[in-house]
Design a protein around this ligand. Sequence first.
Ligand SMILES: Nc1ncnc2c1ncn2[C@@H]1O[C@H](COP(=O)(O)OP(=O)(O)O)[C@@H](O)[C@H]1O
Ligand SMILES: [Mg+2]
Length: 292
Amino acid sequence: MNTLKINDLNLTYKNGYNAINGISLEIKNGMFGLLGPNGAGKSSLMKTIVGLQKPTSGSITFNDVNVVEDTDYIKKNLGFLPQDFGVYPKVNAYDLLNHIAILKGINNKAERQKQIQYLLEKVNLWNFRDKEVHTFSGGMKQRFGVAQALLGDPKIIIVDEPTAGLDPEERNRFNTLLSDISSEVVVILSTHLVEDVKNLCSEMTVMNRGQILKTGKPKELIKELKGKIWSKSIANDELEIYQSDLNVISQQLIERQLQITVVATSQPEGFSSVDPILEHVYFNVLSQNSEL
Ligand SMILES: Nc1ncnc2c1ncn2[C@@H]1O[C@H](COP(=O)(O)OP(=O)(O)O)[C@@H](O)[C@H]1O
Ligand SMILES: [Mg+2]
């Protein structure tokens, strides 16, 4: 079992912005969803874990090794797919993986060939190995990104908003691929889409404004809201009244009629009960945070 432990982590950028505010987390093998809106601090947290930037204070250990001091240890065991991979050189998929494998220290040529073929087959790109990566579709590029992240048998895989820009079918395929891998390693998936966390992540956390707001198993977080979610169709000009009286977590136009969803321990008048889903968990946590 691999364990990543983050304890009271803080990161202040040079301009004085506190991107990470006292984060503590313990993450074990399996797929961990880091869910939060744009600007929440997800990329800041991931870049700090992988050693691209030093925290202002706090500690990070992986398998009990202090990786803030010893960045080599995490780099040796890490597969990282950053949010912005940057520009791909005009090199075919096979040669680019071979190059990255050398950078990762896989010095034995036969071993490199074996891993590259295995991974290209695993991500369904073996037939495209002679094509240049910059000509790939978004989904193919992301699958290539996973293949490079998996080179060298990493114990921890960190992927930052990997599904952005993928169509639903590509997203599904990509997420399934990640969850297949995740039983024996730590996989951290950051996303602003609840959809990515649903069904795939064994554990999740909601993050906003550099803080962890809620952590748990998706199923259990949903269960906590059972009997507390209510909805009602209202007139557009009634929204403010409802917002001042009730905890409105979302509003939606359904066939040109405004429908609001609220969290309440007992049934508000005129509302009907709704089965909780993960979106409710997410919007509820965020709405509590916005009042602080
Ligand atoms: N190098 C930096 N210097 C100053 N502020 C930064 C820097 N990088 C990110 N930020 C700020 O930190 C906050 C969190 O950004 P980020 O970690 O990219 O969030 P997310 O990945 O969740 O969208 C944002 O307000 C962003 O503008
Ligand atoms: Mg980001």
